[in-house]
Ligand binder design. Sequence first.
Ligand code: MLT
Length: 332
Amino acid sequence: MKRLLVLAAAAATLFSAFSASAQTFPGSKPISFVVPFAAGGPTDRVARDLAEAMRKSMGGSANFVVENVNGAGGTIGANKVAKASPDGHTLLLHHIGMAAAPGLYRKLQYKPLEDFEFLGMINEVPMTLIGKPQLEANTYRDLENYIRVNAGKLNIAHAGLGSASHLCGLMWQSAINAKEAMTTIPFGGTAPAMNALVGGQVDMMCDQTTNTTGQIEAGRVKAYAVTTSKPLKNNKVLKDLPTLQEMGLKGFDLTIWHGLYAPKGTPPAVLAQINDALKKALKDPDFIKKQEGLGAVVVTDKRVEPAAHKAFVTAEINKLKPVIEAGGKFAD
Ligand code: MLT
């Protein structure tokens, strides 16, 4: 009986501590957005714009910091959050890599569907196929000829195995049946990869419009096509770029999506507060304007809700895993 009373007292203290922390969230401790890619890249850009919008939607009561933890196609940063304290102060902002990792990494140190709380989706971003300024190809048809003549001599940059740029490069190369695979060159994110492309150290890359629009507009890279099923007519910079489908790659359709995650076990009251702030931020005209200016579409459907977000990621994992396994190339 005495032991039971002690246990009950301990449970009560623990519960009150938890609900106290939930009631006082966010408190003075900043909320960290862990971005699993290098600073300055497309995912970092979404995180910084969203942090600003959520700071506003939480009435200035929360400070946000962006922490770039890159490597291994985004799995190092994701693992850090999977293992973080479930108090709502360490969140993961990640993209389609969340769904690609289970297929590519057979020894993945976390389980996307079990080790995280889903907080809602953020945006969807088309990708663009681009080349270094010196590449002797100005249109997609030129590029096809160039690849035929220079088979095996070209290289393509990406942000690590399982990253969006890696997935896109893989899908494009298998769609064009490149006689000889291109050498793939990994970076910690597409920000450093873009610097190497603009500088002519690498030949090609497939990257998110949020990172390429500015470079294309400035003429610092050559642009060949977009990966969406429809041309991006609303984007003044990308409107004249053909789709890969229009170039003959039947059914080619790739759009990158970003979502927000917390460690498993984060108190439901804290999750509700963050999801509420996220949904308000997604309606913020400044945030929407910034995203749309870079070709991204802010999510407005039921996937802003945790359950629908998780259902979507589950479907993406089930879609990508067989494709990756069929490819037979694994990261470990
Ligand atoms: C980045 O932010 O660097 C990208 O999202 C990386 C990628 O997945 O291609």
